[in-house]
Design a protein around this ligand. Structure first.
Ligand SMILES: [Fe+2]
Ligand SMILES: [Fe+2]
Length: 141
């Protein structure tokens, strides 16, 4: 039986962008950057460097999402907790300075995409519902 070759590098970034497109241009663009950072594992970049870059960028990205939620009056408490937990995990991995084994790489992809698919998708859904309610109220005046 033929084994399936895993998607890597630019193809991985393109596949993740397509699969996890949330329909919010600013958030989607930042998620693309996160996928690009994780995909550097396929170019042989050291794990510690990738994790450090991910920590810095994810921190900025989480701040942006939290600001967007606030601008739209979305209750975001659980989402913020999830962000803190994610940063703690990256920091722990960075301290251990593990080798970027296929297992660690897969863990990062799964973990990033699970958060995007659940918490971030819910944030965008809440924003859109809020916008639609606001639209209706404005048109009913
Ligand atoms: Fe996100
Ligand atoms: Fe998030």
């Amino acid at each position: 039986m033929a084994t399936k070759t895993p998607i890597t590098g630019a193809a991985l970034v393109a596949a993740l962008c397509k699969r996890y497109n949330l329909g919010h241009p600013e958030i989607d663009a930042q998620h693309r950057r996160i996928f690009e950072i994780v995909a550097q594992a396929d170019e042989g970049k050291p794990a510690a460097d990738i994790l450090r870059e991910l920590f810095a960028y994810a921190g900025d990205h989480f701040t942006a999402e939290e600001r967007i939620a606030e601008e739209h009056n979305v209750d975001n408490e659980e989402h913020v907790k999830a962000h803190h937990a994610l940063l703690d995990r990256i920091a722990a991995y960075t301290c251990e300075s593990r080798l970027m084994t296929p297992l660690v790489r897969q863990f990062l992809v799964d973990w990033v995409t699970t958060h995007i698919d659940k918490e971030d998708r819910e944030l965008v859904r809440s924003i859109n519902v809020g916008i639609r309610i606001q639209d209706r109220m404005e048109h009913n005046d």
